[in-house]
Design a protein around this ligand. Structure first.
Ligand code: NAD
Length: 269
């Protein structure tokens, strides 16, 4: 490992990182950790919180106009984006898709000119996106999905809130989009990866339990404990660092073994 990559122990020294969803849960912990590791944090959220970022930008990730203003307001010279803002399945389906997928994609794609060469983009997906291969037609149909077409899309592709489908779909499509962008900005060394947590103890955990009902009971039987934001933020920080230059288009599960458990049961190991 070269000294320049390790930065004398300060993994994110001199890096400027945009963290969306910085006011709560995993985003808040990520913002804290990026700072601890020597980076500067430009936080984005719809709500304000105590001061743990270098600059806070209040923006609604579901609204194209607000996002355009945010992109204009952000400086150039950015080394990383952690796309962490997200809504749980108890929010209206249209909003879930707008924040977790359409707004995230719009924001990221339009931020590319403001990124430094070698920048890293990290998308907070979920174990909920594990089953993306069973949703390929809908995922393909969402590739060019625009803000104003989301309501119709929810109807046409049956991604309502029933059983948390809107949320599951938003994360399935996000994992696929991450894979699709494995090489999109390769000439500039810009990479994109995802992290997929299992249930994490943040303010939205109760929303998942409410939506999943019996399936959440099953999760409780399998899990020793829910994750903590502190279990997830280090993986985001690792992916933001120069140590992961050759990790591209990957989805890293961080779920206490739950995705491996699904695979073992599925294939009867
Ligand atoms: N908690 C879990 O069990 C879990 C599991 C897997 C994945 N995730 C994902 O992790 C990410 C963070 O979730 P969390 O658990 O920390 O939840 P959280 O509610 O604590 O944090 C989400 C943040 O996103 C912000 N946000 C919501 N809507 C927004 C909007 N329209 N514009 C800007 N900001 C907005 C909220 O204000 C909040 O600060 C989400 O993408 C979520 O889907 C969470």
């Amino acid at each position: 490992m070269t000294e320049s990559v390790w930065s004398g122990g300060k993994l994110l020294k001199n890096k400027t990182v945009v963290v969306t969803g910085c006011s709560s849960g995993i985003g808040k912990e990520t913002a804290r950790l990026v700072k601890l590791l020597g980076g500067d944090v430009l936080g984005v959220d719809i709500t304000k919180t105590e001061d743990h970022v270098d600059e806070l930008y209040i923006a609604d990730m579901s609204d194209r106009r607000t996002l355009k203003a945010l992109i204009n307001a952000l400086p150039t010279g950015i080394d990383g984006i952690a796309n962490i803002a997200g809504l749980p399945p108890t929010a209206p389906a249209e909003k879930v898709l707008l924040v977790n997928l359409v707004g995230l994609k719009f924001f990221t794609e339009n931020m590319i000119p403001k990124l430094n060469n070698g920048a890293s983009i990290v998308n907070l997906a979920s174990l909920a996106g594990f089953g993306w291969s069973h949703a390929v037609p809908a995922v393909k149909a969402s590739e060019e999905l625009e803000f104003e077409d989301v309501r119709q899309f929810v109807q046409d592709h049956k991604v309502s809130n029933e059983g948390g489908r809107s949320y599951f779909f938003s994360k399935e499509a996000l994992i696929v989009w991450t894979m699709q962008n494995r090489w999109t900005w390769r000439d500039r060394g810009i990479r994109m990866n995802a992290v997929s947590p299992g249930p994490v103890d943040t303010p939205i955990l109760k929303d998942f339990i409410e939506t999943l009902g019996d399936r959440a009971e099953e999760d409780n039987r399998i899990m020793d404990r829910p994750g903590l934001p502190e279990d997830i933020a280090p993986i985001v920080a690792f992916l933001l660092s120069d140590m992961t230059k050759w990790i591209r288009g990957t989805n890293i599960p961080a779920d206490g073994g739950m995705s491996s458990n699904i695979l073992c049961e599925m294939h009867q190991f």
